[in-house]
Design a binder for this molecule. Structure first.
Ligand code: XMP
Length: 333
């Protein structure tokens, strides 16, 4: 527990120089801990696992095996970016698993949000375990634990409530007996980002908005269908592109599209055109426990609406969710 405590003397890492110093220290520490053994990491493409991957690649190169499971519920271009950055640019030992069909087949006809979450979480562990079992001589498991995770666990332990599990990785075979490598566990999120940039990761990856583990699965409302999931992914990509262009991506904590499982009547090319609505949600928060609505200029909303309704087959309306949390949660499911 002692080495899970951030020393009071530890400076806030907020400059490239401090980040470089941290990286040098961690590289030495990781090499001392790992020696010539192999380390396994579930690389989601999120900020924390990406920074841990880049740090470990710098420290031990191909002794790190990254497993990226594409559950088919990623946003547009995300798995491709993981392959590009880690597989190509950083020349990582990357195992890419396209498990889209496995997940979507299991989710077919399932409309209950909690059931969907359970299926996605359990199947993620199945796929990861299967890949881990194919690898020989793995001694360590790397995780993107950050300091707020540790503080939350301590708080939960003190209050007697069960400790929340922070990671998607769990249920690994007992006989794997892997030791943990958690190089950013004493850092806050803003520091992880500074370290990520100092490691040369793309800005968009390091400043990526939070994305739930079940991914687009909880934004394709009700029972997921492939055509509606495709429409959601395309509409979401347009929203992200437009927010990047007008600078809102830097100002808004989380912004996304949800697509419900019903259609409304519209008209296109003088013909009746039934389509799904795209629900736009953009919120600001500090801890995700409460959230406020970000004001989006009408010109931006008009452009997004215009683009989504003309470029995305199957969507014929764009509506905006103006509900703060409480009473609405951030996600619709
Ligand atoms: P809610 O919808 O509860 O979301 O207001 C608060 C924050 O948590 C994220 N979220 C999840 N993250 N697995 C995750 O890893 C989940 O099942 C999940 N559900 C919600 C949500 O995106 C928001 O940032």
């Amino acid at each position: 527990m002692e080495n899970n405590k951030r020393p009071e003397s530890m400076a806030r890492i907020n400059t490239p120089e401090l980040a470089k110093q941290f990286i040098d220290e961690q590289v030495a520490q990781i090499r001392a801990q790992v020696g010539d053994k192999k380390v396994l990491l579930a690389l989601s493409g999120g900020v924390d696992s990406s920074v841990v991957a880049a740090l470990l690649i710098k420290a031990i190169g191909k002794q790190l095996v990254c497993v990226h499971v594409n559950h088919g519920l990623m946003r547009k271009g995300e798995s491709e970016q993981v392959i590009e950055v880690f597989g190509k640019e950083l020349d990582a030992n990357l195992v890419y698993v396209d498990a889209t069909d496995r997940f979507l087949n299991l989710l077919e006809g399932v409309s209950d949000p909690e059931k969907k979450r359970k299926i996605i979480g359990a199947e993620f562990i199945n796929v990861f375990d299967e890949e881990a079992a194919k690898l020989d001589g793995i001694s360590f498991l790397a995780q993107g634990t950050i300091y707020p995770d540790i503080l939350e666990s301590i708080k939960a332990a003190e209050s007697g409530k069960p400790v929340k599990s922070h990671h998607n990785v769990g249920g690994l075979p007992d006989d794997m007996a892997m030791e943990l490598v958690e190089p950013v566990k004493l850092l806050f999120k803003d520091e992880v980002r500074v370290v990520g940039e100092a490691l040369g990761l793309p800005h968009a990856m390091v400043y990526r908005q939070p994305f739930p583990g079940p991914g687009l699965g909880v934004r394709c409302l009700g029972a997921i269908t492939r055509d509606r999931l495709h429409a959601l992914r395309e509409a979401d990509a347009i929203l992200r592109e437009e927010f990047d262009l007008c600078g809102l991506a830097e100002k808004v904590w989380q912004y996304f599209i949800a697509v419900p499982d019903f259609k409304s009547v519209g008209v296109k090319d003088e013909k009746r055109y039934e389509g799904w609505p795209a629900i736009l949600r953009a919120v600001n928060t500090t801890d995700a426990m409460t959230a406020t609505i970000e004001e989006i200029p009408y010109a931006v909303l008009h452009r997004i609406t215009q683009r989504i309704t003309t470029e995305v087959p199957g969507i014929n309306r764009v509506v905006m969710d103006l509900t703060p949390k409480p009473v609405g949660t951030i996600e619709w499911e």
